[in-house]
Design a protein around this ligand. Sequence first.
Ligand SMILES: Nc1ncnc2c1ncn2[C@@H]1O[C@H](COP(=O)(O)OP(=O)(O)OP(=O)(O)O)[C@@H](O)[C@H]1O
Ligand SMILES: [Mg+2]
Length: 242
Amino acid sequence: MLRVDDIHVYRGRTYVLQGVSLEVGHGEIVALIGANGAGKTSMLRTLSGLLHPRRGGIFFQPHVNAAEIDIGRMPAEQIVRLGVSHCPEGRGIFSRLSVRENLLIGAYLRADKNDIEADCQRICRMFPILGERARQAAGSLSGGEQEMLAVGRALMGRPKLLLLDEPSLGLGPLIVETLFEILAAINAQGVTILLVEQNAVMALALAHRAYVLETGRVTLSGPSQALIRDENVRDAYLGGAS
Ligand SMILES: Nc1ncnc2c1ncn2[C@@H]1O[C@H](COP(=O)(O)OP(=O)(O)OP(=O)(O)O)[C@@H](O)[C@H]1O
Ligand SMILES: [Mg+2]
């Protein structure tokens, strides 16, 4: 579905992605793990058209039999229309708007009113707390609930590919577990997921495959089960857990 071919990205003078290649297959959950400042957010911002590679290509295939589309230089809005939704680092919730208004913002490129309402209800069944708090200010939600709102809002764009930037950040283990169970269910319903995480334990438990990013380069990749057993990964990201 997604093929990133040797991209080089700068932020100002900082060389943040130094020739990164990765692939995400249709229906997969792929994790991109790495420490602070490795370039994970820059990667997602590049995929959604908020940054552009100076060199290299990004190709998106909306359906299994469709032709690949070069999205490397496409504006963000067009990439959203192709079916790529980005759930940003820090969640980007509009705290004075209601929960429902935040969800509707995720459908701003759609005109199909009845379907939008149906999707809103579907998402509130998926995350019951969002249904219960629909009319409350989003800022009154807990961190975990705000993350659910951010995921729900991204789903309102009916994405084929969902990009998630550190959904577990700052959340307690129980809420992370609930959230990741819902992510697995979203994936089972046909949404492909690229998950960026510092929480390697949770990310590797959920993802089929993973890439390790270190200072702008992929240093390791493979099936999650293999990475969990890898000594370097265990020392660096799993706290040497046994
Ligand atoms: N707006 C910016 N201008 C210049 N450099 C930036 C900017 N944002 C990030 N950087 C630099 O780019 C590099 C990669 O940052 P990025 O935010 O992509 O990493 P990250 O893996 O998401 O880190 P974190 O775990 O802290 O979220 C870092 O060296 C960072 O200092
Ligand atoms: Mg980041």
